[in-house]
Design a protein around this ligand. Structure first.
Ligand SMILES: Cc1cc2nc3c(=O)[nH]c(=O)nc-3n(C[C@H](O)[C@H](O)[C@H](O)COP(=O)(O)OP(=O)(O)OC[C@H]3O[C@@H](n4cnc5c(N)ncnc54)[C@H](O)[C@@H]3O)c2cc1C
Length: 407
């Protein structure tokens, strides 16, 4: 029996990082737009901006598409499990509904967008069952979502037993999550980026961005690029927007992909077309097309580099134990991969996408939940923002919803 591979995600093994190399020295002094960070969001944004007719430069500190985007769990649209009533109490119905309906359609939008762009790895979309028992007031959450016109239903009794064999009394059925192959998507997006002839420079960390009222200057070491627009897709504010760090938090999320389940076990867990979420752990579990269990969750503090391997062993073991509690039939099922990713989130779990009043030439994308569907959504919002075509739903994702910005 082979051992579990820790620290490496299966998607990156199936679709390894491209060997395509991009130039390492920026050779332009001006651009219509400079995109910083070539994770999935930056790659998709730069490509879309180029297609819209802009002279774009994409700058990446390391290698293009080699960051954590490839190591994501593969589950998309999981923000639908956020507590809707808290979201509405914090932001009001209009913003809460806009946030929730955007993430509910994000997985399907990714699937159709990737098909149109001929990028493989989109996977499928499937309904999500959030186990009701651990969610306090889950029936009121269903009522609040329904009142706001969002998709939510209660599943109990025979319907619940038909949908899943999980040991729980009821669930909320929420729409629109998916299962994608993040690394394959990143590879396809890089191919498209290259053929769109976007000016890309890797190993080119942006060290500083200075600005006047007229334009911004992007510093890559001693080289500078002057531009009216900078789109920052680094997922976390870091040194490029230090005053925005207070709006994001970082944590570690753990993932397991098991060996293929025997046919009888597959039939018994019934997860081939459903994602099950237990928000008390939290975890999400589903079965892949080849009958493996994919488990993601156990969000916790980011471990020190030295403790990362031990944390992966411990937390992925815990995730398997939690799934075993719900599905005793999986006893003996072996994890094949156990890995983790740092995740960045806004104060309400949702990403922050758009301009900020302290930074007149910058647009930001922070906290896309390591979700290719949210990276796709962010790239479209950022492209609209550059064209001044932002709509009301886009504005809900902006910094104005962060409480202290209102005063
Ligand atoms: C409070 C807090 C603490 C955190 N602590 C940690 C931690 O201890 N350890 C940890 O691993 N993560 C931590 N994170 C998460 C981490 O900051 C993000 O996950 C990471 O910045 C995203 O980069 P990525 O490689 O995952 O890239 P992706 O999301 O794939 O894309 C972002 C891309 O931007 C590029 N990039 C970043 N900065 C620049 C720059 N200046 N110029 C050009 N390109 C750039 C990256 O190389 C990367 O390719 C923390 C986050 C927060 C909010």
């Amino acid at each position: 029996m082979s051992r579990t591979r820790y620290g490496v995600g299966p998607w990156a093994v199936l679709a390894p990082p491209t060997t395509k190399a991009f130039p390492t020295k920026p050779d332009v002094e001006t651009a219509d737009v400079v995109v910083v960070g070539a994770g999935l969001t930056g790659i998709l944004t730069a490509t879309a901006l180029k297609a819209a007719g802009h002279a774009v430069v994409l700058l990446e500190a390391g290698r293009v598409g080699a960051g954590h985007s490839r190591a994501a769990s593969g589950l998309t649209g999981m923000l639908v499990t956020a507590d809707y009533r808290t979201l509405e109490a914090t932001h009001g119905r209009k913003i809460a509904r806009a946030l929730m309906s955007a993430v509910t359609t994000a997985a399907a939008t990714l699937t159709s967008g990737l098909a149109k762009a001929k990028i493989p790895g989109a996977g499928d979309t499937r309904p999500l069952l959030a186990l009701a028992e651990p969610v306090k007031g889950w029936d009121r959450d269903v009522a609040a979502r329904t009142a706001a016109g969002l998709t939510a239903a209660t599943v109990t009794g025979a319907a619940f037993a038909k949908a899943t064999t999980a040991d729980a009394p009821a669930a909320m059925r929420l729409g629109g999550v998916g299962l994608a192959e993040p690394s394959r998507i990143v590879t396809g997006a890089i191919t498209r980026l290259a053929s769109a002839r976007v000016k890309v420079c890797e190993k080119s960390p942006v060290t500083r961005i200075t600005f006047t009222r007229v334009d911004a200057t992007v510093h890559v070491g001693s080289h500078t690029i002057v531009t009216p627009r900078v789109v920052i897709c680094t997922d976390a504010p870091g040194a490029l927007a230090p005053t925005l760090d207070r709006h994001t938090r970082g944590f570690e999320r753990y993932h397991v992909l098991t060996a293929p389940m025997p046919a009888a076990m597959r039939k018994a867990v019934k997860l081939g077309a459903t994602v099950l979420a237990d928000t008390s752990v939290p975890l999400a579990v589903t079965a892949t097309a080849d009958g493996r269990l994919l488990v993601s969750g156990g969000d916790g503090p980011i471990p020190a580099v030295k403790q990362r391997a031990a944390a992966q062993l411990h937390h992925t073991g815990e995730l398997m134990y939690e799934v075993l509690k719900r599905f005793p039939v999986i006893m003996g099922l072996r994890p094949e991969f156990g890995w983790s990713t740092p995740v960045v989130a806004g104060p309400d779990r949702f990403p922050l996408i758009g301009p900020h009043r302290q930074y007149p030439h910058q647009l930001f994308s922070f906290g896309t939940d390591r979700d290719p569907a949210l990276a796709w959504m962010a790239s479209r919002m950022l492209t609209r923002a550059v064209a001044h075509e932002t709509d009301a739903a886009d504005e809900a994702f902006g910094f104005s919803r962060v409480q202290e910005e209102r005063h």
